[in-house]
Design a protein around this ligand. Structure first.
Ligand SMILES: O=C[C@H](O)[C@@H](O)CC(=O)C(=O)O
Ligand SMILES: [Zn+2]
Length: 282
């Protein structure tokens, strides 16, 4: 089983603005989260968000002692909460006292205090891909499965500006209670390529994007940085971007794609965004 845990430090924009393209990639892009039969984790110091990709094949994968060590606890969710969305085949998540069948584009919230968590693929030839985010928690809320049909659906953008898309809020105060985690998915319509335009920042919360369903040979040009000093990351299928609180996070693909966004920080107010006037982007 291939597994990894890496730590990403927080970076000030005065430093990121002097970085080469490859240094930006090392600090803000996660190239490999999903490896067959493995679990890859990135612990970021931005709001201590933990991003994990779990792709079980024949055997179950559990988040065990190595993860507990990273967070300095007896077990991973001793003082944390966790959200996940499955972007692969049907999967199964077992916890201390429950079994959840998690289909494609279904989500699961697990609260603080959940001791044992293990992941399986229902069919190893169509493996599940659990994209997991975990953040520090102060209260124990009940576990809850959120199917795609239960997420809040928002229709955004316009074909005329190539940004027609559907946004699904899964872990959101109007759907399920969480301490600080917000999580959802956005899917571009065929022919639309721009996400999150007009761009925004939210200094109160960091954000992470996992791009998926990016066709082979296609890519997304993800813009990051302060609005007046943007840089870019070329992002391929199933790669994730860590977006600091001071950064815009938007992009255009060479074709349509989907992505999972998640946030952690001071509030859970999705609408708390500082929109950037289009004329200010540099
Ligand atoms: O703060 C919110 C996040 O940046 C995303 O939810 C935006 C997004 O998915 C979109 O506009 O397409
Ligand atoms: Zn945002």
């Amino acid at each position: 089983m291939q597994s990894s845990i890496t730590v990403r430090h927080a970076v000030h924009y005065t430093q990121s603005e002097t970085m080469t393209g490859s240094a930006l990639r090392e600090n803000f892009l996660i190239e490999e989260l999903f490896s067959a039969g493995g679990a890859n984790a990135v612990y970021t110091h931005y709001d201590r968000l933990l991003l994990i990709g779990v792709m079980p094949d024949r055997a179950a994968i559990s988040l065990g002692e190595d993860m507990a060590r990273v967070v300095g606890g007896e077990f991973l969710l001793e003082r944390r909460e966790l959200g996940l969305i499955n972007i692969g085949g049907p999967g199964i998540v077992r916890t201390d006292d429950a079994v959840f069948e998690i289909g494609f584009q279904d989500a699961l919230y697990l609260g603080m205090g959940t001791r044992s968590i293990s992941f399986e693929s229902a069919d190893p030839s169509a493996p599940a891909k659990f994209y997991i985010n975990s953040a520090p928690a102060h209260a124990a809320f009940p576990a809850r499965q959120i199917r795609k049909a239960e997420a809040i659906e928002l229709n955004l953008g316009d074909g005329q500006t190539s940004n027609k898309r559907t946004l699904y809020q899964y872990i959101h105060p109007d759907v399920v209670e969480s301490c600080q985690l917000l999580m959802g998915m956005t899917r571009l319509e065929p022919g639309s390529v721009w996400n999150t335009m007009p761009a925004h920042t939210h200094d109160r919360r960091m954000e992470a994007y996992l791009y998926f369903e990016v066709p082979k040979d296609a890519f997304v040009v993800h813009l990051m940085g302060r609005p007046e000093a943007t840089g870019h990351l070329i992002v391929r299928d199933e790669q994730a971007v860590i977006s600091p609180p001071w950064s815009v996070h938007c992009g255009a693909g060479t074709s349509a794609y989907a992505f999972i966004w998640s946030m952690a920080g001071d509030n859970k107010s999705f609408k708390d965004m500082d929109f950037v006037p289009m004329g200010d982007i540099r």
